[in-house]
Design a protein around this ligand. Structure first.
Ligand SMILES: [Zn+2]
Length: 324
């Protein structure tokens, strides 16, 4: 059985002493430690090797292969990740949503991360959402506050119930225009009133992405607007994919062997059909597992989160999760 560990990263930065020390990010020193652990127990592979392994030629991979993936196109990736990977001669695969690069807008999900990092007590945000729901209940036909809280504020791997409620209410549950207006208000109140400026600090632009490519890194699609793609109608799915492919092409990424990374891990059969029709080689989900390459569907590969792996080379090797 050929196993493959794919690790998923988001923010990677020196948190201590930074402007947002409470941001749910991977501390840079822990990233260094994790790379040392990986160096000891795995062989880091390139995306091109994985495509060849899962293609018709089935080119074998080295023992204990591991692929490094970085979602959302943060400046963290060029400032902190690229130098560390380059010094080891390793490739990382990067998945920026096209709109944050092109339009210099801050994604709602990122606005929320920085709101949560800026407000120490999540109950303040829960109360803010409750008050807004009270005002808009009739207009949008909203359920009672406590009922929604009980329904959505549980089963999170990392967050307390209040934070889970705020995230889910403002990312998915409330009607789109309403929740966007709440996120915008919270962001300008607690984080920044200059979204363009903030976006320029947060996300890589085209020149940074070109530098990644020049350094031998891989760049794939993470959609355009960072939607839950399984929540869209087919035509909107097609537009998201085609817009992101046009963006990749402009960067100079080959369309022959392109890779999809589903925002929030969201996909459905309709989307997989669209990807197949456009020659997508691989798809990365957020299902938390080590992949078994003998049995997996190349378009729905599972990944581990960085928190599933040790952060130090001195930690004994452990098998984090069962394989699919
Ligand atoms: Zn993402």
């Amino acid at each position: 059985m050929q196993n493959l560990t794919i690790v998923m990263y988001h923010y990677v930065r020196p948190l201590a002493g930074s402007r947002y020390p409470e941001l749910k990010a991977l501390e840079l020193d822990n990233f260094r430690g994790q790379l040392a652990y990986i160096d000891k127990h795995h062989t880091v592979i390139d995306m091109e090797q994985l495509i060849a392994a899962l293609g018709p030629e089935a080119v074998p991979l080295p023992d204990n292969p591991l692929l490094l993936t970085f979602d959302d196109g943060y400046m963290d990736h060029i400032d902190h990740v690229l130098p560390l990977l380059s010094s080891r001669g390793w490739q990382g695969s990067f998945f920026p949503p096209a709109c944050s690069v092109i339009d210099r807008r801050v994604l709602d999900v990122n606005k929320l991360h920085f709101v949560l990092a800026s407000v120490a007590d999540p109950d303040i945000l829960v109360r803010y959402v409750f008050d807004a729901m009270d005002e808009a209940r009739e207009l949008h036909g909203l359920e009672p506050n406590e009922a929604m809280f009980a329904r959505i504020a549980h089963d999170s791997r990392y967050d307390d119930p209040g934070t889970t409620f705020v995230k889910r209410a403002l990312q998915r549950e409330l009607p789109e225009a309403f929740r966007k207006s709440l996120v915008d208000a919270l962001f300008s109140r607690h984080v920044s009133s200059d979204e363009q400026d903030f976006a320029a600090e947060l996300y890589m632009g085209e020149s940074e992405l070109t530098r990644l490519l020049d350094a031998g890194m891989f760049i794939g699609s993470h959609g355009c607007q960072h939607y839950w793609l399984n929540s869209l109608e087919r035509q909107a799915q097609i537009e998201e994919i085609d817009d992101s492919l046009a963006f990749l092409e402009r960067l100079g990424v080959s369309r022959k062997e392109w890779v999809m990374c589903y925002p929030y891990g969201g996909y459905d059969e309709s989307l997989l059909g669209i990807l197949r029709s456009r020659g997508c080689a691989l798809g990365l989900t957020t299902e938390v597992k080590v992949a078994n390459l003998d049995q997996c569907d190349p378009l729905t590969l599972p990944r581990l989160d960085t928190n599933d792996l040790p952060m130090s080379a001195s930690t004994p090797r452990r098998q984090p999760h069962i394989t699919v």
